[in-house]
Design a protein around this ligand. Structure first.
Ligand code: WT7
Length: 652
């Protein structure tokens, strides 16, 4: 973002919003003293870990930060995440409380109480054991938004087998790549699922990916859509058949606080996706504590997070943080506009949802559809709204506040990442004065700042975290070097580089501006330019390519590609479509370039590095800025003229 744009954003809305008195009175965090308490990092987290988590054995030491960037939290503490999400609620009065209420796209509803969810989890834990899965083995999960996804995650946690959930919308090769990197030889998938009334044939897609998996033992298939699928004898098992014979008693494995709980792959700026490692004690303490304070979870609340379990938001704020608090949550399978654009509002009315956590891209879509949809429903059960995934522009914030929150609900704009495990910058809804468009302040005990290139505090620069926190990633799976280089080498090895640009205003409020690296955010989904470029050069007609994000009214950004064709290939409209579809097939439909141009060459620095900053400016119709460091400045102008002439309008 240019500084002019930043100023525009800040000027767009100058109203601020204090917590409503009623809300503040009963809020889980309503005393600003909590920020002072946070100054003593270890004491603050020791207290939360005792209060919010049940330990089989207490830790000896809260934090070991003597070997940065490698942190250890709750040293020698023993616990089990599934025990904390389930077993303990069977004895504290929540046995018959709704834990998970699922709504399928066709309108069917299933409610699991804490007891029945526990039963399913124990049974599936025994199924995994029966297939030979042991503590430490990685289990891949390739499931859409069906309750079994949560059951599998908790069952894995129960037996100490880290899960790696692959977003169901990802391509077969993305599944294979992740399974191979994680060395997972068991995968849980399903026959199909519903999207806008159609059955997505997920098993065929899974099978395609599995062809590329190096070591594969078992495939467990949940029957969701009852579509015809191919089952491979000896390898593929129906979920319901295995579950029918499974024993319901399964003692939770005693896990060390630093044992891996799960792996979550996320896009980086180069090469393969990164396997972010989260461990048990710190992650669970962090997800649970942030859920309690930021979502202000109360015994009678119904909470709905619209994210997918395939992303970190689904891990921390659908499964672990929410169930560990003993809350009731709603999970929805399908699209927001099926069968009509009223679907979300009907769900809120039907379940009397009190807390809604969604993404700016969804909010902008609802805005585009018009306020008449939410307005024709009674949304008065809502008392708190949340936003995550990308910057929420003040206009969308105000619309959310007015049309969904009836002007009365605080909004928590929560900034965090797959790597941070939980929310880092966010208001506390009973305390913080809100400024539309700002994620406001660091969570208590966290030290977040905006730094310049040299690591000095600045009004505008890079977002940095200057103190360790329990939910932080511990390393990248099998790649500590990349872990150190990506996050802990920009300044010193105790300062975390988030890859986001940010601004700090005169009150110290943080305004996150978006990625500063070659990562783009499409509808709140993180994609790297490299993913798209690799898919393009995988096509026989493509010699070289560069992908950038172009601003989009609803999706935040959409991918846009520049393609240099192989000498033998001829540019044509058909080829353009073929290349776009190729990216969709190889990476994901989310990654499909909204548009692409055939380029004679790409602007490069004298050292041969593609100048993506420039390509981004051209695609967005912005001023190119300084081109003096280019080896081939003429090509930049040529591309600019071409983009203007072809009316490349990816954003419309
Ligand atoms: C990137 C992390 C955190 C779960 C979902 C995405 C962007 C996230 C915000 C926000 C501005 C945000 C950042 C971040 N982002 N939340 N509230 N305001 N930007 O997780 O896939 O790891 O992506 O999402 O750019 O670095 P992720």
């Amino acid at each position: 973002m240019s500084s002019k744009e930043v100023i525009d954003v800040l000027l767009e809305e100058d109203r601020t919003f204090s917590p409503p008195e009623e809300f503040a009175k009963d809020a889980n965090a309503n005393d600003p003293k909590i920020y002072e308490e946070g100054e003593d990092l270890e004491a603050f987290w020791a207290e939360r870990a005792e209060e919010n988590i049940d330990w089989f054995e207490k830790w000896d030491e809260v934090l070991d930060w003597s070997n940065p960037p490698y942190a250890e939290w709750f040293i020698n503490g023993k616990l089990n995440a599934s025990y904390n999400c389930l077993d303990r609620h069977l004895k504290n009065g929540r046995k018959n409380k709704a834990a998970l209420t699922w709504e399928g796209e066709l309108g069917e509803t299933v409610t699991y109480t804490y007891q029945t969810l526990y039963n399913e989890v124990c049974k599936f834990a025994n199924v995994l054991k029966g297939l030979g899965v042991e503590k430490g083995d990685r289990v891949a999960v390739y499931l859409p938004m069906i309750p079994e996804a949560a059951v599998v995650m908790l069952a894995c946690a129960r037996i100490g087998a880290p899960h790696t959930v692959v977003f169901a919308g990802f391509s077969p090769s993305a599944l294979a790549e992740r399974m191979n990197d994680a060395e997972a030889s068991v995968v849980v998938t399903c026959d199909g699922y519903y999207r806008r009334g159609n059955v997505i044939d997920h098993k065929t897609k899974t099978d395609k990916g599995l062809e590329e998996v190096e070591k594969l033992d078992d495939v467990i298939v949940v029957q969701r859509a009852e579509n015809d699928v191919n089952m491979e004898e000896g390898r593929d098992h129906w979920w319901h058949e295995l579950m029918a014979d499974a024993d319901r008693d399964c003692e939770p494995e005693v896990m060390d606080a630093e044992d891996m709980l799960f792996l979550m792959y996320t896009s980086g700026t180069t090469g393969k996706p990164k396997g972010v490692v989260h461990t048990t004690g710190g992650y669970l303490t962090y997800a649970t504590t942030t859920s309690k304070y930021i979502f202000d979870l109360k015994e009678d609340d119904t909470y709905w997070c619209t994210a997918d379990v395939g992303w970190i938001t689904g891990h921390s704020y659908i499964v672990y943080g929410i169930l560990a608090n003993g809350a009731s949550m709603v999970m929805y399978e399908g699209a927001p506009n099926y069968p009509t654009k009223n679907r979300f509002w009907e769900i809120i009315e039907k379940y009397q949802v009190n807390i809604l956590y969604t993404a700016p891209t969804a909010i902008r879509l609802f805005m585009k559809w018009g306020a008449e949809y939410p307005e024709s429903h009674d949304l008065s059960s809502l008392r708190l709204l949340g936003s995550v995934g990308e910057p929420i522009n003040p206009r969308a914030w105000m619309w959310y506040h007015e049309h969904i929150g009836g002007g009365e609900c605080p909004i928590v704009d929560t900034w965090w990442q797959t790597e941070t495990g939980g929310i880092i910058v966010s208001p506390l809804p009973g305390i913080t004065e809100l400024k539309p468009g700002s994620a406001t302040n660091a969570f208590p005990s966290l030290e977040v700042d905006v730094l310049d290139e040299d690591g000095n505090p600045a009004d505008s620069g890079y977002l940095a975290i200057k103190r360790p926190w329990p939910g932080m990633l511990r390393t990248l799976y099998n790649n500590p070097e990349r872990f150190e280089n990506t996050y802990w080498s920009k300044w010193d090895n105790t300062t975390y580089f988030a890859g986001d640009g940010a601004k700090k205003d005169e009150d110290g409020y943080i305004w996150v501006l978006g990625r500063v690296d070659d990562v783009m955010n499409v509808s709140g989904h993180r994609l790297s330019t490299v993913d798209i470029e690799s898919a393009l050069v995988d096509h026989e007609s493509v010699a070289e390519s560069a992908a950038v994000g172009v601003k989009h009214d609803v999706k935040g950004h959409v991918p846009f590609a520049y393609v240099i064709l192989d000498d033998k290939a001829e540019p044509s409209e058909e080829l353009k479509q073929e290349l776009r579809n190729h990216v969709s097939d190889i990476v994901s439909p989310i990654a499909k370039p909204a548009d692409l141009v055939f380029a004679p060459d790409l602007p490069k620095t004298r050292s041969g590095k593609i100048m993506r900053r420039l390509l981004k400016a051209i695609a967005n119709g912005e001023d190119m800025g300084n081109t003096s460091t280019l080896a081939n400045p003429e090509i930049a102008e040529e591309l600019q003229a071409k983009v203007a002439k072809e009316e490349v309008a990816a954003t419309k």
